[in-house]
Design a protein around this ligand. Structure first.
Ligand code: BV8
Length: 247
């Protein structure tokens, strides 16, 4: 890396389901992955919700119940600590579990929304937080918009849906200006998130991948740490701090 470590001011981080794996949140494409039990196109798409909103809500209700019992791990906490050390810090997540915020990260760019928010299918009002677990869907009573009574849906981005414009713009700007990008726990296949590290690479950023498995990014990242994030990320941060103090 041609920038002295102590001159690093701008850092971007892209996280995926893998950073929450050691907190007990199943990943999507791993051995115990969510998609193994279900097929994405059966559940995480507008057509699936239109076809069978009860099935989709049952899946999200099950995931909400699971995630409600999960706590941030050392990787989430390390990123929350690092946020306070850089003038220009952008944490971009594909995750919808809210564990970064629970760990103390104050500014999180949620590319794919949040499983803890709902939104009106008629878009009559802004999305609202709802942490009720389990949802009372007895007798098929699906969640409704408190304002207009229309069916409510999870405030997440489904396949085939565009990402929130503000979040994508912020993420792209961070990828274009960062000097270092950490890519933690993502299979780097879902677009457009998977293109962010490539943008950073093209702009000359130093890209570090933390993932026990190889991904399409592995061959182009400057540094690949083939280990789980909860141990690898705190250690990587300690090494960075030593580099900076040594100067
Ligand atoms: C879009 C929210 C424009 C919901 C998610 C055909 C038609 C339509 C679209 C497409 C198409 N072909 C391609 C596309 C684009 C599509 C796409 O990318 N598809 C892929 C599958 C090819 N993308 C979209 O549709 C996006 N929108 O493009 O809009 C558009 C509009 C119309 C038409 C065309 C284009 C929307 C994508 C967002 C989908 N929503 N989630 C929900 O959560 O229910 S995606 C879902 O996957 C999650 O958000 C998840 O985060 C994300 C990415 O997966 P990962 O986070 O990487 O998780 P994964 O399990 O895959 O990997 C985990 C990794 O962790 C592994 O590598 C593992 O080794 C590692 N790991 C495991 N343990 C650890 C670890 N790492 C570190 N430590 C550990 N301990």
């Amino acid at each position: 890396m041609d920038i002295p470590w102590h001159d690093i001011r701008s850092v971007a981080v892209l996280t995926g389901a893998g950073i929450s794996a050691e907190s007990g949140v199943p990943t999507f494409r791993g051995e115990d992955g969510l998609w193994r039990t279900y097929r994405a196109e059966d559940l995480a798409t507008p057509d699936a919700f239109c076809r069978d909103p009860h099935l989709v809500w049952e899946w999200y209700d099950w995931r909400r119940g699971l995630i409600a019992g999960c706590r941030p791990n050392a990787a989430h906490r390390t990123l929350a600590h690092m946020e306070r050390r850089f003038d220009d810090w952008t944490l971009i997540t594909q995750n919808v579990d809210g564990l970064h915020q629970l760990a103390g990260s104050r500014s999180v760019v949620e590319l794919h929304g949040s499983i803890w928010r709902m939104r009106c299918t008629q878009e009559c009002q802004t999305p609202w937080e709802d942490r009720t677990v389990p949802l009372s869907m007895a007798g098929g009573a699906l969640p409704r918009c408190p304002n207009c009574g229309s069916l409510a849906r999870p405030d997440v981005v489904w396949f085939g849906e565009s990402l929130p414009g503000e979040a994508l713009t912020a993420a792209l700007a961070a990828a274009q200006r960062c000097q270092v990008m950490l890519v933690v726990g993502t299979s780097a296949v879902v677009q457009p998130a998977a293109s962010l590290p490539l943008v950073a690479l093209r702009r000359g950023a130093y890209v570090v991948e933390i993932n026990p498995q190889p991904t399409p990014l592995s061959d182009t990242a400057h540094e690949v740490i083939r280990e789980p994030a909860a141990s690898a990320l705190p250690r990587w941060w300690q090494t960075w701090q030593r580099r900076v103090t040594v100067g």
